[in-house]
Design a protein around this ligand. Structure first.
Ligand SMILES: Cc1ncc(COP(=O)(O)O)c(C=O)c1O
Length: 510
């Protein structure tokens, strides 16, 4: 796996198109050096980025398939609204060709691109945002397809504990619910979480900050621990929101390691080499355990090894434990603690609280200044997590882990149904699912365009899954087994089986 200089090696398709539309000759949107490439790069619009980025006099080619793009436009969200569809349709007739970087720098900054700089043009938007990958939005994926069953979104089908919801009904008129709370979180919730961390996660030397979900927790950490231009490490297939958090905060030197194709565990030898040889040393290593999108669970000795490598190198280890309760087949979740380790948690899946936006960071007591810096970031983003959400989290904790485990046990049947549904892909094609709510499946070689397959499955077979490219895994799909009850999963599984059977035997017949 190579180094992905995100903002640089992935010149935004949008900015390319825009600059080519507004300026003649074609102007590069990125008057910078390109130094690496991510293999098999496909952006969320489905166009292949073919890059040869080893020299500073770089040539970037972007092959644009207008048919594919227009077919995907209704499916993917970003800053593309429907009025832009026409615009991009027109752009389809443009032939984007290779351009040299430096000779046209002047025109990027000069008169010719004046329109780029006018208010209301894309040129006025931050490259940091424009050049960040767009998330695959499941609702958009399903738009216009009324009868599509979703195995796409990473959600659970249950609601928060009934008793907890009933208590919320009683407290909404309390004035404190509508006021700001302390940045760190409600004291009573933090106390309950510290107790939970001690009892369940064996974290005895950690402090807690309550956030608006684990995603915001991750952004807080990136802003607190990394500077723009720092290098960081993650492993493919990775959690796409973490990748985007790095990109949009300017941490564009993302070193993406491989995972073992059999186990989907991170390549620890690669990490060792990377931490040893990379100068400057990567600032942060990020893992999700159990994983999204893989559903793979990193065994304790392996995470301990990763932790040791990070400690010796002076890198932070951030572990996202969003799926801590989602463990199967007798495996038990664990956490590690150390003054270089930060653990993230979420109420979203465990307690069916996706929309209430509550998560938390467990960070080491002994890290100098970390608390103060985290507070600065927190105070500028949510100020505090929603108070009513925090109160619900507090009441939900009273239901306890057994309440969650009862529900998680039922997911085993869903997983089995979907594993069976994917059997047409071949014996060795489906991996993961040891934990979390995901299976990770390799598409047949002859139909390995995952975006195309996802669209085709939704349109023709009425079932939605996530393209692996979104997580750095082109040629794969992610299938979630958490979002539907067993009866619905059964129906979705039948559709998926039919679709995959057809894919394998006949290809994507329209
Ligand atoms: C690994 C991981 N981390 C974080 C999140 C987001 O969690 P939250 O809703 O708490 O922001 C998700 C949601 O899919 C996830 O899969």
């Amino acid at each position: 796996m190579g180094r992905a200089k995100c903002g640089e090696t992935r010149p935004s398709f949008l900015s390319q198109c825009l600059s080519s539309n507004f300026a003649a000759p074609l102007t590069p949107p990125l008057p910078r050096k390109h130094v690496g490439s991510r293999e098999g790069l496909v952006n969320p619009w489905g166009n292949q980025l073919v890059t040869d980025l080893r020299s500073s006099e770089v040539v970037v080619c972007e092959f644009f398939n207008p048919n594919l793009l227009s077919s995907l436009l209704p499916s993917f969200h970003g800053f593309l609204g429907s009025p832009l569809e026409l615009f991009f349709g027109l752009l389809g007739s443009l032939n984007l060709t290779a351009y040299p970087t430096s000779p046209v720098l002047g025109s990027w900054r000069g008169e010719e691109v004046k329109e780029e700089e006018e208010m209301g043009s894309f040129g006025r938007l931050a490259r940091r945002a424009v050049e960040t990958d767009a998330p695959v939005m499941v609702k958009e994926l399903l738009r216009g397809n009324k009868d599509v069953m979703s195995l796409a979104q990473g959600v659970v089908y249950w609601q928060p504990p009934e008793a907890a919801l009933n208590k919320i009904k009683e407290i909404v008129w309390e004035p404190s619910i509508s006021k700001y709370g302390s940045d760190d979180g409600l004291p009573e919730l933090r106390e309950a979480l510290l107790e939970k961390l001690r009892r369940e996660n064996k974290l005895t030397n950690s402090s807690v900050m309550v956030t608006s979900g684990a995603n915001q927790a991750f952004v807080n950490l990136v802003l607190t621990l990394c500077d723009a231009g720092d290098s960081v490490v993650m492993f493919a297939p990775y959690y796409f929101n973490s990748y985007m958090s790095f990109q949009m905060t300017g941490v564009t030197d993302i070193l993406v390691g491989a995972s073992n194709p059999e186990t989907l565990h991170p390549d620890v030898d690669w990490l060792e080499k990377t931490l040893r040889e990379n100068n400057p040393i990567p600032k942060l290593v990020s893992v999700v355990n159990p994983g999204n999108p893989s559903g793979a669970f990193i065994p304790k000795p392996m995470l301990q090894k990763i932790s040791e490598l990070c400690r010796n190198a002076g890198a932070w280890l951030v572990v996202d434990n969003t799926y801590e309760y989602f463990m199967y087949d007798g495996m038990e979740h664990y956490c590690l603690e150390g003054n270089h380790i930060v653990n993230l948690f979420s109420f979203s899946k465990a307690y069916g609280m996706m929309g209430w936006r509550v998560g938390y960071i467990a960070y080491p007591n002994e890290a100098d200044g970390l608390h103060a810096q985290l507070l600065k970031v927190q105070d500028n983003i949510p100020i505090c997590a929603s108070i009513v959400g925090q109160r619900l989290a507090l009441y939900a904790l009273e239901a306890g882990p057994e309440w969650i485990r009862e529900r998680v046990r039922d997911l085993v049947k869903n997983r089995e149904l979907l594993m069976e549904a994917m059997s047409p892909l071949g014996e060795d094609a489906v991996k993961g699912g040891e934990g979390a709510i995901y299976l990770w499946a390799k598409l047949p070689e002859k139909c390995s365009d995952d975006f195309e397959v996802v669209r085709w499955l939704a349109n023709k077979h009425g079932v939605a899954v996530i393209p692996g490219s979104a997580s750095g895994g082109p040629g794969y799909i992610r299938v979630s087994f958490g979002g539907l009850k067993e009866s619905d999963t059964r129906l979705a599984a039948e559709r998926l089986r039919r679709g995959l059977q057809e894919l394998v035997t006949e290809g994507m017949v329209q």
